[in-house]
Ligand binder design. Structure first.
Ligand code: DX5
Ligand code: ZN
Length: 216
């Protein structure tokens, strides 16, 4: 099975979003990764629902939405309406994670849970069957173009063990500092999907770069 690639639109040219989304449509990427930041949970503001709707209008692939916002429970239906297919919330923002995941499911989306670099994967053991996708953060969320935190590789390996033991179907996605080198380590450790922003959009040929990540 080839690796799922989810290019992060955060590194696209916001003045040419339609052009960049069409480029991703023509590539071998499976999903489009949409980073929503509120300046509260993370020290940066990206873009919100209207821009996401504009992306959705042109995208032919599922939107893989990563909510870096302090109160995700307040916006579940809004993100469904804006076109989210996978809705990922941060473990650190959800005191009643089980309830949040049931609400995401009931709204008709796949459930995702993101873990900050300091949050252990063991915390998801009891709830793994309710999670379609775990997003392991390999940088502190908030910005594109940061340096990869190598401990993420061991977290992927440990999480893969938990998923296999539970006979769950949960996918493992990794976000932050992904390139061909770090991506290979992650895939070998059990990652199913890779997010890549600056590595894809900063390359001379993003379509080709996506193809190379997919082949890892
Ligand atoms: C970081 C975001 C990432 C970001 C990744 O907070 O969640 O999705 O776009 O960017 P790169 O691939 O440049 O590290
Ligand atoms: Zn992200």
């Amino acid at each position: 099975m080839s690796t799922i690639v989810s290019p992060s639109v955060l590194s696209a040219d916001f003045a040419n979003l339609e052009r960049d989304v069409k480029m991703l449509n023509s590539s071998s990427a499976e999903w489009l990764h949409i980073d929503i930041m509120d300046g509260q949970f993370v020290p940066n503001i990206s873009f919100g629902l209207p821009v996401m709707k504009a992306i959705h209008k042109h995208a032919t692939k599922p939107l893989d939405v990563h909510l870096m916002i302090a109160t995700p429970d307040d916006y579940i239906d809004d993100f469904k309406e804006a076109g989210a297919e996978i809705l990922t919330v941060h473990y650190e923002t959800c005191p009643h994670l089980h309830r949040t995941l049931q609400r995401i499911k009931a709204a008709g989306m796949k459930t995702g849970v993101a873990l900050n670099p300091h949050t252990p994967v063991d915390l998801l053991k009891d709830i793994i069957h309710d999670i379609d996708l775990v997003l392991i953060m390999s940088v502190n969320p908030g910005f594109g173009g940061q340096k990869f935190i190598p401990q993420a590789v061991e977290k992927v390996r440990a999480l893969k063990g938990i998923i296999t033991e539970a006979k769950a179907e949960t996918l493992i996605e990794v976000d932050g500092g992904v390139n061909l080198e770090t991506g290979k380590l992650l895939v070998d450790a059990g990652a199913d999907a890779l997010v890549a922003g600056s590595f894809v959009f900063g390359s001379d040929n993003p379509v080709e770069t996506i193809g190379k990540l997919k082949a890892l």
